[in-house]
Design a protein around this ligand. Structure first.
Ligand SMILES: NC(=O)C1=CN([C@@H]2O[C@H](COP(=O)(O)OP(=O)(O)OC[C@H]3O[C@@H](n4cnc5c(N)ncnc54)[C@H](OP(=O)(O)O)[C@@H]3O)[C@@H](O)[C@H]2O)C=CC1
Ligand SMILES: O=C(O)[C@@H]1CCC=N1
Length: 283
């Protein structure tokens, strides 16, 4: 006798479960679906009903209120919750992790692969990653670190998931993941701060707000494309703009006199230190 299982109850292997369906999970899911991953292979645990509905409506993925239901049958678990709740979420899933031995991928700032492995009761393949928000456009960059339990196939799987968000770079020394977080994970916010400041300064010089906004945004886009596409260093590109005795020189000298480089250094140090604090504070 053949028993029929309703189609809706059949997980399509190999499926990926996202635990947390907020901003970053949404960006990664958008990238995966855009790169051809079947929506039926993506399961998302998210407590906020409005976020669950939006993910289902926009991408067709299966959504669940609880993490335990979302990971059922999934070979890869992507932890996309805040660092502050990671330990509790892992405690809830540790038993299932030990019986189903998934590939564990985390995007959380600060939380180490050792902590994740320990909180899930040990011996698991863990890839700690740090993407950034341009993932939403497939223009992100992600640093990845694999623990000793990750095999070649799992490494490829983690790389595949994050490459749908943009570029990837593997990091061999996990202690550097806090620096990755400080430079590229948080980095889009620094650029947006620069855009805010440029726009405000343009307006202060008399430009209409919409014109000042467009000038700042397109300048940052164009400069970023030159950095990526020209093969030249930032220093060379900066010097090409800076005519001797001209307007740029006047501005750059003002930045330098104000300690711009030191300030950026202090900001990135603060973010790196905060990553380490997040690890300790949530252990
Ligand atoms: N935003 C960014 O630019 C980047 C963030 N990250 C990392 O990504 C992670 C997520 O950040 P982000 O997407 O911005 O945060 P969000 O707050 O947007 O998303 C996290 C989601 O997880 C939900 N959640 C809480 N508890 C659970 C649970 N037990 N099971 C399932 N879902 C749960 C939260 O719900 P609720 O709000 O109700 O708690 C929230 O909707 C963080 O660890 C962060 O460090 C990494 C790179 C960049
Ligand atoms: O601010 C944060 O903690 C997260 C991690 C990197 C970007 N946003």
């Amino acid at each position: 006798m053949t028993s029929m299982t309703p189609q809706s109850q059949v997980p399509s292997p190999p499926s990926i479960a996202f635990i947390g369906g907020g901003n970053m999970a949404r960006s990664l899911i958008a990238g995966l679906v855009a790169h051809g991953m079947a929506a039926a292979s993506i399961r998302v645990a998210e407590p906020v009903e409005a976020l669950r509905s939006a993910l289902h409506d926009d991408y067709g993925v299966a959504t669940f209120a609880g993490a335990a239901e979302a990971v059922d049958g999934a070979g890869t678990w992507v932890f996309a919750v805040k660092p502050q709740v990671m330990r509790a979420v892992c405690a809830e899933l540790a038993g299932t992790a030990q019986s189903s031995r998934p590939l564990v991928v985390s995007i959380a700032a600060g939380i180490t692969s050792d902590q994740l492995d320990r909180w899930l009761d040990g011996g698991l393949a863990v890839v700690r990653t740090m993407p950034n928000t341009p993932a939403l456009l497939g223009a992100g960059i992600t640093g990845l670190f694999a623990n000793a339990h990750v095999d070649a196939q799992q490494r490829a799987q983690a790389g595949h998931i994050l490459s749908s968000a943009g570029e990837t770079v593997w990091i061999d020394d996990e202690t550097l993941m806090d620096a990755v977080t400080a430079e590229s994970g948080s980095g889009p916010a620094y650029v947006f701060l620069l855009a805010e400041a440029m726009q405000a300064a343009g307006e202060a010089q008399g430009l209409p707000a919409d014109t000042a906004r467009k000038l700042a945004a397109q300048t940052i886009l164009g400069a970023a494309r030159m950095l990526v596409e020209s093969g030249e260093t930032a220093e060379v590109l900066r010097k090409r703009v800076t005519s001797p005795g001209g307007t740029t020189q006047a501005a750059i000298e003002t930045f330098e006199a104000g300690g711009f480089r030191e300030l950026v250094g202090c900001a990135i140090t603060a973010a790196t230190v905060r990553g380490r604090e997040l690890s300790k504070a949530n252990d």
